[in-house]
Write a protein that binds this ligand. Structure first.
Ligand SMILES: *[C@@H]1O[C@H](CO)[C@@H](O)[C@H](O)[C@H]1NC(C)=O
Ligand SMILES: [Ca+2]
Ligand SMILES: [Ca+2]
Length: 368
């Protein structure tokens, strides 16, 4: 079942800490070549899809058809003249060094570093927010995959005691991820939570198909991994972060990440223990916000860890696969277990996965 793989990939962050166990805080040791599989993470199973009585394959097909259908209504939705989707910036095409020869997490396929050319494109300056996603849903009646499945993964540290007490199923290797019934974009921590006080935060619990449906409604699309990484680097060459090589230049935080001791204590030193309103931290050189941290972001590429060193022109990843690439890390990432808030870092999820730290932004070939 496709969805049983969801756990395996959602635990991208978790896998790193298991594999890198014993490595020092400042310099993670190379993980075993066996990577995630060597951690026994492949045994993680998700029973939720079966419990919900939904065939994930059929569901996926419906969603794709829905995306096409909903895209036709885009004009009407913006009929009131109010801009309901993100501002975009033109990213001038060019050549850049994609990936790294000094991978923080080698099993993720961060390397080798390679020359890649991307054509000019437009990129949303921000992650898609709850408010923007709500506009889309209001205009189209779109139902997300998590709503259809009836549950989604939530980080335990965010859950109320009431919700926690109702959950019997947990994941031995990563007990801080819990499948929560009724968790979805409207109820990020389950039925007793809502988004009223965070309409300007990134939308969460959206599957890859949900993200594609939103972007196509907005007459946009998801960025390719190459476009995303080029945008992340903001014109800087071979740097770790969108702003340079120092995590906290002059003691300032440049992204919503995790400070403290994962998973027990998030000190919130950067101002946020959960998501932050989009654009709360400085933009990179291209004017893009939250490229690393806050919410993970879906890209259009299928996942592979094997990359050619031949110079590539607008690479779009493999033609098929089981997982989609996500980039940028989230508010849950800390160097000790999820050193994935770098431009070259990457992780993957099955397209039908959703979680309390995964969102997206859109790109486009045309000015909006
Ligand atoms: C969506 O519809 C609800 C219910 O009518 C309304 O309260 C909300 O403001 C709408 N959201 C947007 C972004 O238009
Ligand atoms: Ca934070
Ligand atoms: Ca982000």
């Amino acid at each position: 079942m496709a969805r049983s793989l969801a756990l395996f990939v959602i635990f991208g962050c978790v896998i790193a800490v298991l594999c890198l166990h014993g490595s020092s805080e400042s310099e993670p040791a190379p993980a075993s070549p066996a990577g995630a599989a060597g951690c026994g993470c492949e045994k993680l199973k998700r029973a939720a899809a079966a419990a919900a009585g939904v065939d994930p394959v059929e569901h996926g097909t419906e969603t794709r058809e829905a995306a096409v259908k909903y895209s036709r209504g885009a004009n009407e939705a913006e009929g009131d003249g109010k801009k309901v989707t993100s501002e975009m910036v033109l990213i001038f095409g060019g050549e850049f060094l994609m990936g790294t020869d000094n991978p923080g997490i080698p099993p993720d396929g961060e390397g080798p570093q390679r020359l890649v050319h991307v054509d000019s494109f437009y990129m949303d300056v921000q992650e898609v927010t709850n408010r923007q996603f709500q506009s889309f849903v209001n205009a189209t009646g779109y139902v997300t995959e998590a709503e259809t499945f009836g549950d989604s993964f939530v980080f335990e540290g965010l859950l109320s005691e009431t919700v926690k007490s109702q959950i019997t199923q947990a994941v031995a290797a990563a007990p801080w991820w819990l499948p929560v019934k009724g968790a979805n974009w409207r109820h990020p921590e389950g039925p007793d939570s809502d988004i009223m006080d965070r309409l300007d935060h990134p939308v969460l619990h959206v599957s890859w198909a949900d993200a594609v449906a939103y972007c196509s409604w907005a007459k946009k699309r998801l960025p390719s991994e190459a476009e995303w990484e080029y945008a992340c680097r903001g014109g800087l060459k071979d740097r770790l972060y969108p702003w340079g090589n120092k995590l906290n230049p002059k003691g300032q935080h440049y992204a919503n990440l995790w400070q403290g001791d994962f998973p027990n204590h998030n000190s919130g030193e950067d101002g946020y223990v959960k998501t932050s309103p989009v654009m709360s931290f400085p933009a990179n050189g291209f004017g893009l916000y939250d490229m690393v941290g806050n919410a993970w972001e879906w890209t259009s590429d299928w996942w592979t860890v094997h990359h050619t060193t031949d110079r590539q022109h607008n690479p779009k990843g493999p033609l098929s696969g089981t997982d989609k690439v996500k980039k940028g890390g989230s508010y849950m990432c800390h160097k000790s277990y999820c050193y994935r808030y770098r431009c070259a870092a990457r992780s993957q999820n099955t397209p039908d996965s959703s979680a309390s730290n995964l969102g997206f932004r859109c790109a486009s070939h045309e000015q909006q």
